[in-house]
Design a binder for this molecule. Structure first.
Ligand SMILES: Nc1nc2c(ncn2[C@@H]2O[C@H](COP(=O)(O)OP(=O)(O)OP(=O)(O)O)[C@@H](O)[C@H]2O)c(=O)[nH]1
Ligand SMILES: [Mg+2]
Length: 229
């Protein structure tokens, strides 16, 4: 045993016994401090960060003959039931949310007596969605072809990206995407334009969502490639 000086307030042996305890308490204090900083940082990251950046919004016009499936499709994209959908008289607007953008889609009713007014509602559009019934009669398909051609050539739409949805693919009478492309003469007519042709049906919302994502890419592009299929 090491003897201390008689007038010293503590003995060396006592001090050396206390040393590990002191180190331990220091270590504990430092650990607590580190933990406090960690918790504070996490809290700030989780709770104090600002709102997410706003998603860009695009105004689109959605056209196609009556019964093509415009309202049903847009309702499903908005998470609404497509049942009890009635024919659109005039127009209806839906804000369709996607991860990177919000699409404000103005659907124009496709009945004979409404189609002649379509062009009055084109102004301000940044893109076009054209829906067609791939299983329609020859006569209806011809009307649909004429309407698509006049939309593609319209001064307010001709420079915009087009999403052409060949809907009703679930029906046995549906034409294939190649048949539609040929029948609608898309290659010569839409050359130099930005367009997507997507076969789809109401049962396969993934294909519809994918094509909308492609359309959003076209809307975002500053130096677009001319044609997409
Ligand atoms: N089998 C089948 N039926 C569909 C499909 N898409 C829509 N329909 C049906 O077609 C009918 C007409 O659909 P709507 O969504 O009203 O068509 P629309 O293009 O909005 O018609 P208008 O508003 O009159 O211009 C509804 O009974 C839908 O359930 C599809 O892909 N396959
Ligand atoms: Mg409708």
């Amino acid at each position: 045993m090491v003897q201390g000086f008689p007038d010293m307030p503590f003995r060396f042996s006592e001090w050396s016994r206390k040393l590990p305890t002191r180190r331990m308490s220091e270590c504990i204090q430092i650990s607590f401090a580190v933990c406090r900083i960690g918790i504070y940082t996490c809290f700030r990251a989780l709770c104090c960060k600002g709102p997410p950046p706003p998603r860009p919004e695009y105004d689109l016009v959605c056209i196609g003959l009556s019964g093509a499936g415009k309202t049903s499709m847009l309702s499903k994209l908005c998470g609404e039931s497509p049942e009890n959908v009635v024919s659109t008289t005039g127009f209806s607007i839906k804000a369709v949310p996607f991860q990177n953008a919000i699409l404000n889609v103005k659907e124009l009713g496709g009945a004979d007596n409404i189609r002649k007014y379509w062009s009055r509602y084109y102004q301000g559009s940044q893109g076009v969605i054209f829906v067609l019934d791939s299983a329609a009669s020859e006569e209806e398909l011809e009307t649909s072809r004429k309407e698509l051609h006049s939309a593609l050539q319209h001064p307010q739409l001709c420079t915009l990206p087009f999403l052409i949805l060949a809907n009703h693919q679930d029906k046995p009478a549906a034409r294939s995407v190649q048949e539609i492309k040929k029948y609608f003469e898309l290659e010569p007519l839409a050359r130099g334009k930005r367009w997507i042709l997507q076969p789809c049906s109401l049962d396969d919302m993934n294909a519809i969502k994918d094509s909308f994502t492609q359309l959003i890419h076209l809307l975002e592009e500053k130096n677009p490639e001319p044609v997409r299929m």
